[in-house]
Ligand binder design. Structure first.
Ligand SMILES: Nc1ncnc2c1ncn2[C@@H]1O[C@H](COP(=O)(O)OP(=O)(O)OP(=O)(O)O)[C@@H](O)[C@H]1O
Length: 607
């Protein structure tokens, strides 16, 4: 059991809604479709009446046969039965057509809402939630929700049908009708019990499916790495138990669902036997006509079918309910980054001040503790330090992707929490180590932050970066297709596109994570020139990996375990022989053009 449920826990943002809230929420999606739903409801009523009319007409025919009047009424009854059948088909057709439209529109809106919610989530949400699980919520869960609405319409139609048949049965024989009704509480109890089991097993099945999706998504994302290291077998070994778990959980769900039917059929079978016996005796004794008896037996079948399918309906209904619960939880997830105001920052000068700031991805385990740092407007600062020192963390706080727990972060003297976030972010140019390019042309990607930028603007930006020679080297210049994730361009070219994109954005603050991937010397020179152009006149925070960068910045900040252990410019820090020199010896020394293996160490004082 433990293994069966491994990894099927709820996500952090999952929540359980009570049935009433959930239904109210679902209904809010149907409210705009009231007109079409009215048509569907009318069709359901008319369809159920015409369906119930058929056995009634046949029972009249049986009575007419018994009392010899069939010759007079036969034709009418045949015509009536035919008409009821044709009308029933027509009503059903209109109902299906309209309900498909209602369902389609509702799912469309729900999926849009879910997608909007996904886009609105903070970066921390993506750190914690595998993307496959998110995809699963936006796609298959909204589909399951669609099933609920289709089934709900079916259920209403079934309930109406049961209502009509019950009325008919009571009209014919109160005793037999009461006997039939006796079984209803038993069926309802079974259905209710089943409802609980179904909901739990359905929830597990959905979670296990989203685990499969998440694993697939990650595998596809890292397939190149896996193949490089010949780790296909390991990837397969990881996938296998997750897939098998999904199989087992789904099987369990199937078992729960199928267990209910035999029980229901047994109850129905026993009731039918009793009715045949009692009804037959009544006909022989003359208390009931043959037609009525026929109507009863037909009626029981008509009566049982909806009841059993109502019980079976719970399974999918529960599936849809827990799916909608999952989608609503995604939509309602609380943002972690909370703005207390929406002050227009205007054009930023770019002064950044961390004041006694404490932050941890896990609040109980801070990465930065009472951290203080002042970066003046227009200053270029390089962050260096060993891996895990907190360099990226600083940049993520400046871009406001994460919420800090204590202290303050001031931008031009204003609390970052009080700024209009979209307006602030528009003035932050963030360049990750491996710049992400969207499918499209080089020009499309450069234009990305400002879609209305003219071709001349784009060309000017591209030319300003590294002299623009790199554009000529592309097969179709700016119209070159970059392929999925920019795969058609070299890493160096992608970086140049990202720099040109920054120029179009014209941010006040640039946060740049320098690429560690080595590029050829020409591209390296182009990137360096591009950087000089892009960073000029802006506040720049560079997570530095290149010697040429640290040699030219205004100030180097050496971080260690979330603390500033040294700061100053390159020559000063080198002369000091402190922590910077250790970092230099490890990461930058070998990038010197005069480097020979085992040489270039700067002395580090022992203190
Ligand atoms: N998304 C995250 N969730 C939890 N912990 C994280 C997350 N990102 C970073 N950390 C932790 O925070 C600490 C600082 O990480 P950070 O990424 O800022 O270091 P860094 O100096 O940028 O390292 P690198 O040079 O390797 O990128 C590390 O201990 C790291 O394990």
């Amino acid at each position: 059991m433990g293994f069966l449920m491994d990894g099927l826990d709820a996500e952090d943002y999952d929540r359980a809604y009570n049935d009433r809230d959930l239904l109210r929420r679902i209904l809010s999606y149907f409210r705009p479709k009231l007109g079409a739903m009215f048509v569907v409801a009318s069709m359901i009523v008319l369809g159920s009446v015409s369906q119930a009319a058929v056995p009634l007409l046949v029972s009249l025919a049986v009575d007419a046969l018994a009392d010899g009047t069939i010759a007079e009424v036969g034709l009418h009854l045949v015509g009536g039965t035919l008409l009821a059948g044709v009308l029933g088909w027509g009503f059903n057709f209109v109902r299906q057509w309209q309900s498909a439209r209602v369902t389609g529109d509702v799912v469309l809106r729900l999926r849009e809402d879910a997608f909007d919610a996904v886009l609105a989530r903070d970066l921390s949400f993506y750190d914690e939630t595998p993307s496959g699980r998110i995809v699963s919520r936006v796609t298959s869960d909204t589909d399951d929700f669609a099933t609920v609405s289709t089934l709900t319409m079916d259920l209403i139609s079934q309930v109406l049908m049961v209502g009509f048949v019950t009325a008919l049965l009571f009209l014919r024989s109160v005793e037999l009708a009461l006997l039939t009704m006796l079984v209803v509480p038993i069926v309802v109890c079974i259905a209710l019990l089943f409802r609980r089991l179904a909901r739990a097993s359905t929830r597990h099945a959905q979670r296990s499916l989203s685990r499969v999706n998440a694993n697939l998504q990650e595998t596809m994302g890292g397939i190149a790495v896996a193949k490089n290291f010949r780790q296909e077998q390991q990837v397969y070994d990881e996938f296998r138990p997750i897939n098998r778990q999904s199989y087992r959980v789904t099987l369990r769900q199937g078992f729960v669902f199928s267990a209910v039917f035999p029980v229901l059929f047994l109850v129905a079978g026993l009731a039918t036997v009793a009715l045949v016996q009692l009804g037959g005796t009544a006909v022989i004794g003359g208390g009931l006509s043959a037609g009525d008896w026929y109507l009863f037996l037909q009626g029981v079948a008509l009566f049982w079918l909806p009841l059993t399918s109502i019980a079976a309906f719970w399974s999918q209904f529960q599936q849809g309910l827990s799916a909608s619960e999952r989608v609503f939880a995604l939509i309602d997830a609380e943002p972690r980054v909370v703005q207390t105001g929406a002050q227009d920052p205007g054009r930023l000068a770019g002064r950044i001040e961390f004041r006694d700031l404490t932050f941890g991805y896990d609040p109980g385990n801070p990465v930065l503790r009472d951290f203080n740092l002042l970066i003046e407007a227009g200053e270029t600062v390089a962050l260096v330090g060993h891996t895990g020192a907190g360099k990226s963390t600083l940049s993520k706080l400046i871009t406001r992707f994460y919420e800090f727990q204590q202290g303050s972060l001031l931008i031009d003297g204003h609390d970052i929490r009080g700024l209009d976030l979209p307006a602030y972010r528009r003035q932050i140019g963030a360049v990750p180590q491996a710049p992400f390019l969207f499918s499209g042309t080089v020009a499309d990607n450069i234009r990305y932050p400002r879609p209305e930028a003219s071709d001349d603007d784009v060309l000017a930006a591209a030319s300003a970066v590294g002299g623009g020679d790199w554009v000529d080297a592309l097969p179709h210049g700016l119209r070159t297709d970059v392929g999925e994730h920019g795969r058609a361009l070299s890493m160096g070219q992608r970086q140049l596109v990202a720099l040109a994109r920054l120029l179009i954005q014209d941010p006040a603050i640039v946060v740049l994570d320098e690429a560690t991937a080595s590029v050829d010397p020409l591209t390296e020179a182009q990137i360096q020139e591009g950087l000089d152009v892009v960073l000029a006149g802006r506040t720049s925070i560079v997570i530095a990996h290149r010697l040429s960068t640290i040699e030219h910045v205004d100030r180097i900040i050496v971080l260690d375990h979330g603390r500033i252990v040294e700061e100053g410019d390159h020559p000063t820090l080198l002369a000091r022989g402190g922590r910077y020199c250790q970092v230099y010896n490890t990461y930058f020394r070998h990038q010197s053009p005069h480097y020979r293996a085992g040489t270039g160490f700067v002395p580090v004082s022992s203190s």
